[in-house]
Ligand binder design. Structure first.
Ligand code: CA2
Length: 148
């Protein structure tokens, strides 16, 4: 059976490649979407790729994912460190979710060390830049192969 995955990106990630390349790399979000599409095709899964700067819109996407997708990759951006509402949404949808960050959040400011998403995720990938998206797809597809 072919799995469907949702790749959801949070606030400010639309700016990737245009500012702070020393922190987040030179790759644009459009480049990352293309990288994900290629990886998904190679692994024979379908994917949707979404970005929003709005917490409620991200929550709406999570709610709508139930019944449409088998698993989710979430880079919640700074909402990772602040949003109990996103954590509750992830818990409520009962879909496997991989938490993803471009940067190594544990090697940065203390306020980035805590994630509200981590306790409700299958696992976390961080610190590998844009390549982390391909790693997250592999991890999620592997998880779905054994659990879903
Ligand atoms: O490392 C990640 O992927 C983060 O989720 C990125 C968030 C940050 O708040 C998290 O702690 C870690 C920030 C995304 C901001 O992206 C920008 C890209 C270019 C220029 C400015 C911001």
């Amino acid at each position: 059976m072919q799995h469907a995955i949702l790749i959801l990106n949070g606030p400010n990630l639309n700016l990737l490649g245009t500012r702070q390349p020393e922190v987040y790399g030179p790759t644009t979000l459009q480049d990352i979407e293309a990288l994900c599409a290629a990886k998904a095709a190679a692994l024979n899964v379908t994917m949707d790729f979404v970005q929003s700067n709005h917490e409620g819109v991200l929550i709406d996407h999570l709610h709508a994912a139930r019944g449409r997708f088998d698993g989710i990759i979430l880079n919640a951006g700074a909402y990772t460190h602040s949003s109990i509402a996103l954590m509750d949404a992830v818990s409520s949808i009962m879909l496997p979710l991989v938490e993803l960050h471009l940067s190594n959040i544990h090697a940065r400011e203390a306020f980035r060390h805590h994630s509200y998403i981590a306790p409700v995720a299958v696992g976390q990938i961080c610190g590998f830049g844009a390549a982390g998206y391909a790693l997250a797809i592999e991890a999620l597809v592997g998880y779905l192969g054994t659990h879903g």
